[in-house]
Write a protein that binds this ligand. Structure first.
Ligand SMILES: *Cc1c(COP(=O)(O)O)cnc(C)c1O
Length: 343
C-alpha cells in the first residue's frame, strides 16, 4: 500500500525528468557569481514577477528573514498578520535577525486590509515608539487555509505603503497557487511589492530552494546578508536546475491540486465528526473536528493505519495538503477512508 502523505506540499520527491534536468545542469561557484544555472533561475523568476533581480536561497525562511532584515534599520517595527509564517513559524527571526518589534493584526483567513494596516502604523516623531518600516503580506496564506488576496486589496495596501514610505514584502511561498487560482498576472506583482519570496520546494515540487526578488540594490545587500547567515553556496546550479524545471513544468498543473482539495472538502462536508471547514481556495484544506465524536489523535491515528498521513493544526484543527505526489486514485482512497471513520 503506497503511503498518501497529505501533511505538506514540501514532501514531494523529484521525478526522473526533474532529476535528469538536475544531472545535466551547467554549474559553477555561486559565491564567485559563476553558476550559470543559478543566474538563469534568478533572472527568469525576476522577469516573471516584474522585478530587477533575484537571489536563490536554501529556504523560504531564509528569503523572508533576509528581506525583513534588509528592510529594517535599528528600532524598527514590522506589521504583519497575527498568524503569518514570518511571525509564527520562523523561530522568532524578526526579533533575532532584524531586532525589530512586530505589530500583529487579525486577518480574514490571514488577509489584511489597507485600513487595518493604516491603523497599525506608529505616529512619527514620538520618542516612545519604534519606527514602522515594513509591512509583510502572505499569499496564499498558510494558516488561513490557502486563502488568496483579491488584486484590488493588494493595490490598496501597496498604494498606502508607498504613500507612507513603508516597504512592502510578500511571503509568496505559494504565490503560484494564488496566481493559478485567481488568474492574476505575476508581472503585476513587481509593481506593488518591494520584495517577494517565492518557494520552489512547495507546490512546484523542487527538492530545495526559494528565490528572493527585488531591486538590484536590494538583492545585492541581501546577498551579503545571505553570506552572513552562512547561506553562501557553491555549485547550487544542480538545485537551481530543479527549480527551472519546476517553473516550466509544474505551474499549470497546480489547478489539479486545487480541484483535489475541493474534492476532499466535499467528502468531509457531510461527515458528522467534521465541525467546520475553511473552504479551500487552493491546495490547503483546513478543517475542525467535533472532538466529542472523534478526536484529532484518533482521526490521525486511524488514517495512519491506512497509510494516510495528515497534520494536526492546533486545537481541533487538521490540515490536508494536495500536491504533485497525490493523484486521483489516492484522493479516492482518502475519500473512502474519511467516510469509513463516520461509520
Ligand atoms: C513553507 C513556508 C515558508 C518557508 O518555509 P521553508 O520551510 O523555510 O522553506 C514561508 N512562508 C510560508 C507561508 C510557508 O508556507
Amino acid at each position: 500500500m503506497t503511503t498518501i502523505d497529505l501533511r505538506s506540499d514540501t514532501v514531494t520527491r523529484p521525478t526522473p525528468a526533474m532529476l535528469a534536468a538536475m544531472h545535466a545542469a551547467e554549474v559553477g561557484d555561486d559565491v564567485y557569481d559563476e553558476d550559470p544555472t543559478v543566474r538563469r533561475l534568478e533572472t527568469e523568476l525576476a522577469a516573471r514577477f516584474g522585478m530587477k533581480a533575484g537571489l536563490f536561497c536554501p529556504s523560504g525562511t531564509m528569503t523572508n528573514q533576509l528581506a525583513i532584515t534588509a528592510h529594517c534599520a535599528p528600532v524598527s517595527e514590522v506589521i504583519c498578520e497575527a498568524t503569518a509564517h514570518v511571525y509564527l513559524w520562523e523561530v522568532g527571526g524578526i526579533m533575532h535577525h532584524a531586532r525589530a518589534s512586530v505589530a500583529l493584526l487579525p486577518g480574514d483567513r490571514g488577509r489584511l486590509t489597507a485600513s487595518q494596516v493604516a491603523s497599525a502604523v506608529r505616529p512619527v516623531g514620538n520618542v516612545h515608539y519604534p519606527t514602522t518600516r515594513l509591512v509583510c503580506l502572505e499569499n496564499t496564506h498558510n494558516r488561513g487555509g490557502g486563502s488568496c488576496y483579491q488584486w484590488t486589496d493588494l493595490e490598496e495596501i501597496a498604494a498606502f505603503t508607498k504613500k507612507q514610505g513603508l516597504a512592502l514584502h510578500l511571503d509568496g511561498a505559494r504565490i503560484f497557487n494564488a496566481l493559478v487560482a485567481t488568474g492574476q498576472r505575476s508581472e503585476d506583482y513587481g509593481q506593488l511589492f518591494d520584495s517577494i519570496s517565492v518557494c520552489l520546494s512547495k507546490g512546484l515540487g523542487a527538492p530545495v530552494g526559494s528565490v528572493l526578488l527585488g531591486s538590484q540594490e536590494f538583492i545585492t545587500g541581501c546577498k551579503r546578508l545571505r553570506k552572513l547567515f552562512g547561506g553562501g553556496w557553491r555549485q547550487a546550479g544542480y538545485l537551481a536546475a530543479a527549480g527551472l524545471y519546476a517553473l516550466n513544468n509544474n505551474v499549470v498543473r497546480l489547478a489539479d491540486d486545487h480541484r483535489r482539495a475541493a474534492q476532499l472538502a466535499e467528502a468531509l462536508r457531510p461527515l458528522p465528526y467534521v465541525a467546520e471547514i475553511l473552504e479551500p481556495e487552493t491546495n490547503l484544506l483546513i478543517f475542525r473536528l467535533d472532538e466529542s465524536r472523534l478526536t484529532v489523535a484518533d482521526f490521525l491515528g486511524r488514517l495512519e493505519e491506512q497509510g494516510i498521513r495528515a497534520s494536526g493544526f492546533g486545537g481541533s484543527w487538521v490540515r490536508f495538503v494536495t500536491h504533485l505526489d497525490v493523484d486521483d486514485d489516492m484522493i479516492a482512497r482518502v475519500v473512502a477512508a474519511v467516510a469509513a471513520l463516520a461509520a
